[in-house]
Each structure stands twice: as structure tokens, then as C-alpha cells.
Design a protein around this ligand. Structure first.
Ligand code: WT7
Length: 659
């Protein structure tokens, strides 16, 4: 679309109605809203029995007596891996493809549900032989390969909560997470394919193990790239030595509905990441239900592709648990979108006839930048539904996605949710809702959201900005922060009192009553759909011997949504050094690498400014708002509350002299 026609579309107040054809076959129905409204618990009980096979039926749908600690489907028992794999084989669908695996190098594997059943059984037997049992924690630090999905399911089968740590996190981050969860086993690979090169992965596990105390007894290593690895005899075991020869049957034991399924660390407003934990019955119910009514998965005919990494919650809920519980066929792609060229994704869509694509706005904006001609080279006519997740999608990107990927025919579901919510909460239903570009629109049936003002009062006036809250417990809600129940109450259930779950997002209604999500209202940044905490990056910077103080802000970025911008005060010795010609630049690079080493490459600041002072209030609080003005090249706002009002002009001067 040309610039001009795009702005005409944006000015028009228009929405996209579902086609009759789509609506007729859609899983999500308009009646569901009223049904859920009339009987919240009854509605969820019905979904739980529809989407999940219970070994023992539940007695109580919701126990909220210990609020804000919820119990869903109390008394029920089930095995998640049985639900995701075995029952499909028992139903006669063993020959259906579960995973079309596409390696970055072009290697492929087709894994049917019958194959997956055997693979999961072998892995479960292998884990058992290493002494992993119900309740033990397993850390998973792996790339996007089938063994990762198999390992997660094997853990679920044994009732051993997994903690998947994204492969882009550093040894440091790995160490903290392994220790916090007290994982006794780590599963990893020798390396991973990234942009045509083999990058080491196990090396970071070794570094984490050498870092100090840890609870790990064994490291199980999948050979993926052939990269040389160090080996700790007695601790390290090759996957092919242990797993391949295991018996390929395994009896799944039912777990209590509230048995912990996994821990997933996410950034909060303090330096310490939070171990968000989810349990079994409620989580699986909502993942399967939303994958059905929002993604509209029809397992017998669709080919579904969620492009997220399994290291994030999107990968947990919408690569592993939701689609597999529904018996869907999906694509699992290992690599980056531009390897070997920028049309790789669209070739994959054409090759596997992908019909449902779920991705992130940052990817869509990147494709926009690369040009319309790239997707145009592939046949994308198999697509019938598109999804977006992770950050607000700007209307321009939404319209581009609809036209250039969706051929002006596919509905787009903009899905709002969080690691904490476990599954989709706010989204259109594709066969029901008139779509409004840029808005996630409405809480799905069974979910209740409101917007509150500063005083905590709900309002509905259009265009007024407030705070998004959730007003009723939902099945896939987090059950807490691992090892820290107080922080759970404090973070989510105290801002507006114990009746409201505070999501941390700003929101508004439009004149039609649609909800628009406006980004985080706390010190959490969203960079390419990844959550990063300003405090965590600040403490990484301050841990460098040359840094005295640091302030980090998220500045608007055209492609990544937000970008990390840091302001740093150096220690005295370092200031002199940095003044030497050419040294300043090296130091900035050194600090960026230091952040990558402490947290991971995703946290590397886009810019680091070395400054003499930071803007602070008289009580010593850093005024990030002013730094954001600088980082976004704006006139600096109101400085009257600054302790020293000359600070901002000093910073601005520093910027123009190119320091
Ligand atoms: C935060 C949660 C949801 C899984 C991936 C991220 C932002 C997420 C949307 C959306 C606007 C969105 C929010 C939220 N967010 N989806 N459709 N529209 N904002 O999970 O890392 O837990 O981050 O991502 O700010 O609070 P997460």
C-alpha cells in the first residue's frame, strides 16, 4: 500500500466484518459471551470437560477462598502429556502430523502423534533413570528443535515442573534461574543454528555451573550442531546415549489439577526476575480453549504456525500445550527469518500450506521494512487466519499484515495476555467480532477486564487513559511467584486492592467500547515483544567496575517497539580514561557487552550515554520521564521537581557534543 492510500485507510473509521464463510465454520460463537456472563464457573467447567480428558473428574470448579491464591477444578486429576499426545493416538489419529520441523540449515523432520508418543515415553523413561520424579524441577536451555518439546512433555508426564530458559539468556541469567528453582537436571544442546552459524549453547551451562553453588546433578545434552563441548564426566550425559535406547512406552500418572506444571521467569520492576508458576488443569483448559476459539484451530484440516520461541510463554501455551492438546498439526522452525534470505518465512508458509500464522508486531514491522515484494514471491493462499501477540500492534502494521500476508481476506486476532495470565485474555473472536486495526478489543468469553482511573474507580468514557485490571479469577492464572508468595500479592493484588488483578498496562476505550492497550505503566520495557526490566539492566551496568550509577529507559523504536537506552555515570578513574581520544567509544562497547554477558544479548542497550549527573528529585528518585525525552529527541518536559535544574542542560549539551 502506498503512503497515501495507507493514510486514507487510517483516517477512515472502518472495521472489518468476518466473512459469512469464516463465521459459519468458526469455533468461537457469539453466544459464548452471554453464557460465560450468566454462569462464569459453569462456563469454565464446561470448557474443562470439553477440551481436557480427566482421569478423575473435578468436584469444585473454583476455590477462591484463599484469594488471591486460586484453585481450579479441585479434586480433578489429569496428565498433561497424555492429553497432548496419547489420547490423540488412542482416538485413531496417530498418523496425523504433530510437528513439521524445519531446521535453519534446511534439514526437516516429520513427527506424527504416534512418533511423538514414543519420543515422549523414551524421554520420560530417561529422566526417571536420572532420578527425576514428581515435584523435581528441570531446567531446559534449548533451541527450537523437537527434543525441546519432547523434554517439556516428558517433564509434564512425570509431574516434574520445567523451567525453560530462553537460549538468548546468558550464563549469569541461567545460574540465577537454575538456583532459584533448585533444578536438579539441566537439558541443553551442544549448540544452536543462528543465522547460518553454529553458536555454542552448552558452554553457557558449563559457565553457570562453574559460577558457584548449584543444585544440578546432571546435564543432558542433545547433539545438534556438532560443536565441540567440554565434558564433566559423571555429570554430563549425551541424549543419544541415554534416551535412544529407552523403552518407547511409558504409563502416564494422573496429577492433581493444581500440581505445578512449570515455572517461567519474567522481568519485574525490581532487579530480581520473578518465577511465575502455573499449574495443571486450569492452565491446560484455557490454553486449549483459546487456541480453539481465538486461533480457530481445526485440527483435522489446519496447519498452524506460531513463530515464538519456546523460551517465552507464547511458546509454552501456543506451541506446546494449546495446539498439542487440541491435536493440531504445526510447523516448528528453528532459525531466524532472514536465513538464508528474507523470504524464508513465506517459503515455509508455502511449503507446508500454513493456514494459521501467529506472530509478533516487531516481526511484522521488520517485514514491512524489508519490502512488499518479498512475501509477494511466495504463494500465501493457504493462510486463513493471522494472529498478533506481545505488544501493541500499530494500525499501519496491522493493515500491512492484512494486505500483504493475509491477502485482504484473513481475519487478524490481536491477542493481549501475559506470562502471568498463562493464556489469551483480550482478543477478538475471528468469526464474531468486527475487527478494529490496532485494538485487542474485548475480553474473551469467560474473562472480565475493566479500566480504572488513578483512584481505582472503573470508567467507560472513551479516550480517557487508565489502568487495565482483571476482575475475576481465570483458569490459567499464575498461582504465584516461585518461593515468594508475598511478592505475588504485592505485585498484582495490592495496587487497587485485593479485588483487582493489576496487569501493569495502560489502556483506554474507544467510542465503540473497544479496549486499546497502551503499553506498560511500570518500569518494565517491551523490546521486540520481550519483557525487560529497567532495574535489572541498571544493576547489570552498575556491576561493571567502571560504572558508578546508571539509569535505563525504554525509548520508542520504529521496529522493536521500545529500545533500551542507558545513561551512565562513571567512576572517577574511568572518567579520566574515557576522556582519552577514542576511548569513550570502546567503553560504550565494553558496557554493552557487559550487559549481554550479565543478562543476554536481548538486553544490550541500543545507546549508552556517559553523563556527569542524572536527573533526580529532591528525594533522590531518578526522573526517567526526562531521560526518555532525551532518548526520544524531544523537548525536555517539566523540570521543576528536579533537585538540580541544571542537570538536564548538561545532559543535552553532552549529547550535542557527541559524548
Ligand atoms: C506484556 C506481557 C503475551 C505473551 C507475550 C508477552 C504486552 C502482550 C499485547 C497486545 C498490547 C501486549 C503487555 C503485557 N502485550 N500482548 N496484544 N497488545 N500489549 O508476554 O513477556 O509476559 O509480556 O506484553 O504490556 O503486559 P510477557
Amino acid at each position: 500500500m502506498s503512503e497515501e492510500s495507507l493514510s486514507t485507510v487510517l483516517q477512515q473509521d472502518h472495521s472489518f466484518e468476518p466473512s459469512d464463510e469464516f463465521a459459519a465454520k468458526a469455533n468461537g460463537k457469539a453466544e459464548m459471551y452471554a453464557a460465560a456472563e450468566a454462569d462464569h464457573e459453569g462456563f469454565w467447567a464446561e470448557q474443562a470437560r470439553k477440551y481436557v480428558t480427566w482421569s478423575k473428574d473435578f468436584e469444585t470448579t473454583l476455590d477462591w477462598s484463599g484469594a488471591p491464591f486460586a484453585k481450579w477444578f479441585v479434586g480433578g486429576e489429569l496428565n498433561v502429556a497424555y492429553n497432548c499426545v496419547d489420547r490423540h493416538v488412542e482416538a485413531g489419529n496417530g498418523d496425523r502430523v504433530a510437528i513439521h520441523f524445519e531446521g535453519e540449515q534446511g534439514d526437516t523432520r516429520t513427527i506424527t502423534y504416534a512418533d511423538l508418543q514414543k519420543d515422549v515415553a523414551k524421554a520420560a523413561n530417561a529422566l526417571t533413570s536420572l532420578g527425576v520424579g514428581k515435584g523435581d524441577r528441570v531446567a531446559i536451555y534449548m533451541p527450537m528443535i523437537p527434543e525441546t518439546v519432547v523434554t517439556m512433555l516428558a517433564c509434564a508426564r512425570l509431574g516434574a515442573p520445567h523451567s525453560v530458559i530462553f537460549g538468548g539468556f546468558s550464563a549469569e541469567a541461567l545460574h540465577t534461574r537454575i538456583n532459584d528453582a533448585e533444578a536438579k537436571l539441566v537439558v541443553t544442546t551442544d549448540g544452536q543454528w543462528r543465522r547460518g552459524k553454529a553458536a555454542p549453547l552448552k558452554a553457557a551451562v558449563d559457565e553457570a555451573m562453574n559460577h558457584g553453588d548449584h543444585p544440578v546433578e546432571n546435564v543432558l545434552v542433545v547433539r545438534r550442531t556438532g560443536t565441540d563441548v567440554e565434558w564433566a564426566d559423571g555429570r554430563d550425559i549425551w541424549w543419544h546415549d541415554l534416551v535412544d535406547d529407552q523403552p518407547d512406552t511409558h504409563e502416564a500418572q494422573p496429577m492433581d489439577s493444581e500440581h505445578p506444571l512449570f515455572i517461567l521467569y519474567t522481568s519485574g520492576t525490581t532487579g530480581k526476575p520473578k518465577g511465575i508458576f502455573h499449574t495443571t488443569g486450569g492452565y491446560l483448559t484455557q490454553c486449549a480453549y483459546t487456541n480453539s476459539v481465538v486461533h480457530d484451530v481445526h485440527p483435522e484440516s489446519d496447519v498452524y504456525w506460531c513463530t515464538a520461541d519456546v523460551g517465552w510463554v507464547t511458546g509454552h501455551s501456543y506451541i506446546v500445550y494449546g495446539p498439542l492438546a487440541n491435536g493440531a498439526t504445526q510447523v516448528l522452525y528453528e532459525g531466524t527469518p532472514d536465513t538464508p534470505h528474507q523470504g524464508r518465512w513465506w517459503e515455509i508458509v508455502e511449503k507446508y500450506k500454513v493456514s494459521i500464522l501467529y506472530t509478533a508486531p516487531t516481526a511484522i514491522r521488520t517485514f514491512m521494512k524489508w519490502g512488499d515484494d518479498i512475501p509477494a514471491k511466495s504463494d500465501l493462499s493457504s493462510l486463513r487466519l493471522l494472529g498478533s501477540v506481545g505488544e501493541p500492534i500499530n494500525p499501519e502494521a496491522w493493515l500491512w499484515y492484512r494486505k500483504h500476508i493475509g491477502g485482504d481476506r484473513c481475519p487478524i486476532v490481536d491477542t493481549w495476555w501475559q506470562t502471568e495470565t498463562g493464556a489469551i485474555m483480550i482478543s477478538p473472536l475471528p468469526g464474531v467480532t468486527d475487527l478494529e486495526p490496532g485494538s485487542a478489543q474485548k475480553a474473551i468469553p469467560g474473562i472480565s477486564a475493566e479500566i480504572l482511573d488513578d483512584e481505582g474507580k472503573p470508567f467507560t468514557e472513551p479516550e480517557k487513559v487508565g489502568y487495565l485490571v482483571l476482575t475475576k479469577p481465570w483458569p490459567s492464572m499464575l498461582r504465584g511467584i516461585w518461593g515468594d508468595p508475598e511478592r505475588y500479592k504485592e505485585t498484582y493484588w495490592s495496587r487497587f486492592g485485593p479485588k483487582y488483578y493489576f496487569a501493569g498496562d495502560g489502556a483506554k476505550y474507544d467510542a465503540k467500547g473497544n479496549i486499546w492497550l497502551l503499553g506498560r505503566v511500570d518500569d518494565v520495557m517491551n523490546v521486540s515483544g520481550h519483557r525487560l526490566s529497567t532495574a535489572e539492566i541498571e544493576s547489570a551496568l552498575v556491576s561493571h567496575p567502571k560504572v558508578a550509577e546508571a539509569a535505563v529507559v525504554g525509548a520508542a523504536d520504529e521496529t522493536t517497539g521500545q529500545a533500551v537506552c542507558a545513561f551512565v555515570i562513571l567512576r572517577k578513574e574511568a572518567v579520566e580514561e574515557a576522556d582519552e581520544p577514542g576511548e569513550g567509544k570502546d567503553l560504550v562497547q565494553e558496557l554493552r557487552n557487559h550487559v549481554a554477558h550479565e543478562i543476554g544479548p536481548i538486553a544490550k542497550p541500543r545507546s549508552i550515554m556517559i553523563v556527569a549527573e542524572l536527573p533526580k528529585t529532591r528525594s533522590g528518585k531518578i526522573m526517567r520521564r526526562l531521560l526518555r525525552d532525551v532518548a526520544e529527541n524531544r523537548e525536555v518536559g517539566d523540570v521543576t521537581t528536579l533537585a538540580d535544574s541544571s542537570v538536564m542542560s548538561l545532559i543535552k549539551e553532552g549529547m550535542s557534543s557527541g559524548a
